[in-house]
Design a binder for this molecule. Structure first.
Ligand code: HEC
Ligand code: HEC
Ligand code: HEC
Ligand code: HEC
Ligand code: HEC
Ligand code: HEC
Length: 272
């Protein structure tokens, strides 16, 4: 019996090591990224500005470090054949983020969330497409049409199956999309940008309840409405300034307090 326990402990230890924290960041900004920034500063000043004030910029993680693609991926393409001449993809999938954030990516990929796009092939979805609308939306990937109700409804929360229409370009019925279980061209499931809005990837924003309420709302799943009107939601909004939302570590009792209790009551609570 003890052998099994010891072997189990080693396994636990081994898997903890396997999902180590963030990989060491590059020492300086890559030459590829500098080229991306030169052009995109003119064409997308908003993106460059958001990225410029992010933790990634501070850690020399640039456009190329995220958008670089395996040439074998169906959505990989050479977007700039003069300066960079390397494959990139528009989508930065959980597989790409996993290059540096193995632990966060492993937790997410194993979650129910990452599988949220599997409803697309289900009878529920078929029913929605038939009952809610006609197949009037025609795009290159759907020459016979697809239901606008599915595209702008179900797929926006659950995720679309993103279709590539050639040379790295993505079908407009399936992209843009930040559904939680998006099925990506590289075969991975999910989208980190469902909660971590590009290009700031702010941890404070991810911690705000509204971030979850984007999908957990409405009559079928009114979690955000219930929360906002509860003592928890009221206390959160009334005391948001004390919540330390920017703190890298965020543990209740250390980085913020449970706001439902006064400090005296919290002391009593701790004694119990
Ligand atoms: C020579 C200028 C130039 C360089 C260098 C450049 N880009 Fe772009 N990029 C553009 C322009 C212009 C567009 C918008 C037009 C288009 O879609 O091609 C664009 C579009 C994009 C898109 C969106 C495509 C879409 O269809 O939505 C991504 C993603 C992108 N660039 C990433 C990068 C990355 C990453 C790099 C560096 C590896 C880079 N770009 C280098 C000029 C450039
Ligand atoms: C931390 C990773 C990361 C970095 C760094 C990064 N991007 Fe992105 N980028 C993303 C993600 C994620 C998306 C959304 C696609 C998705 O959901 O997979 C995206 C989307 C885009 C798009 C598509 C247009 C849009 O916003 O929908 C463009 C263009 C783009 N990025 C350009 C850039 C440029 C230029 C830089 C450098 C200044 C850059 N990115 C840096 C992750 C990154
Ligand atoms: C090339 C490596 C690399 C890639 C690729 C990368 N990151 Fe990061 N990320 C980092 C580093 C380094 C930091 C800074 C860590 C620190 O400051 O402790 C960071 C920080 C973060 C943070 C914390 C931000 C904050 O406000 O403190 C989030 C969230 C994050 N990354 C999400 C993502 C997501 C989502 C993707 C994919 C779309 C991604 N990263 C891709 C290396 C990377
Ligand atoms: C506003 C975002 C949103 C939209 C739009 C949406 N869903 Fe959902 N869906 C959710 C959330 C959130 C859950 C999880 C609910 C829960 O656990 O309480 C869910 C759960 C489900 C489930 C149960 C999944 C399971 O594993 O048990 C099915 C099936 C489903 N949705 C189908 C659909 C279909 C079909 C459509 C389009 C007609 C749709 N949804 C539109 C957010 C959405
Ligand atoms: C359902 C929403 C959601 C999704 C999807 C999500 N995250 Fe997060 N993420 C969060 C929240 C909330 C936090 C803040 C956690 C805390 O308070 O410590 C966070 C924290 C982080 C951090 C910083 C803290 C740490 O654990 O190192 C990183 C890095 C990160 N996420 C990466 C990712 C990556 C990579 C993906 C996709 C594979 C992803 N996240 C998908 C909600 C999400
Ligand atoms: C982009 C849409 C989206 C966002 C954002 C989102 N969720 Fe979800 N969530 C879903 C969907 C869809 C499901 C149902 C997945 C399924 O059952 O197939 C779900 C399921 C869940 C479940 C049930 C998981 C299980 O194992 O049964 C929990 C709990 C949950 N979400 C919490 C959160 C929290 C907390 C946040 C914010 C940090 C969040 N979600 C953000 C769409 C979303």
């Amino acid at each position: 019996m003890w052998r099994i326990i010891v072997a189990g402990m080693f396994l636990l230890f081994a898997s903890n090591v396997a999902i180590a924290a963030v990989k060491a960041p590059p020492k300086e900004m890559s030459k590829e990224t500098r080229e991306c920034v030169k052009c995109h500063k003119k064409d997308n000043p908003g993106i460059v500005q958001q990225w410029g004030s992010s933790a990634h910029y501070g850690a020399n993680v640039g456009c190329y470090e995220c958008h670089a693609a395996d040439p074998k991926d169906p959505d990989a393409y050479i977007h700039d054949d003069k300066k960079v001449k390397k494959h990139i993809s528009i989508i930065v999938s959980p597989k790409d983020c996993a290059n540096c954030h193995e632990k966060a990516a492993t937790e997410f990929v194993e979650s129910h969330h990452a599988k949220g796009g599997r409803i697309i092939g289900s009878l529920d979805n078929l029913l929605a497409e038939v009952v809610e609308g006609n197949n009037s939306l025609k795009t290159p990937a759907f020459p016979n049409g697809v239901s606008p109700a599915a595209v702008s409804g179900c797929w926006q929360c659950h995720g679309s199956q993103v279709k590539v229409i050639g040379d790295g370009q993505l079908d407009p019925a399936t992209w843009p999309n930040t559904g939680i279980g998006r099925i990506n061209p590289d075969g991975s499931e999910g989208s980190c940008s469902a909660c971590h809005s590009r290009h700031k990837f702010s941890i404070a924003q991810a911690r705000n309840p509204e971030n979850c309420g984007k999908c957990h709302m409405g009559p079928d799943h009114p979690q955000i409405e219930i929360y906002e009107e509860s003592k928890h939601g009221i206390a959160f909004h009334a005391n948001k300034d004390e919540m330390n939302l920017d703190s890298p570590k965020w543990i209740v009792g250390e980085d913020y307090t449970c706001l439902l209790y006064t400090s005296d009551a919290a002391d009593d609570f701790a004694v119990v």
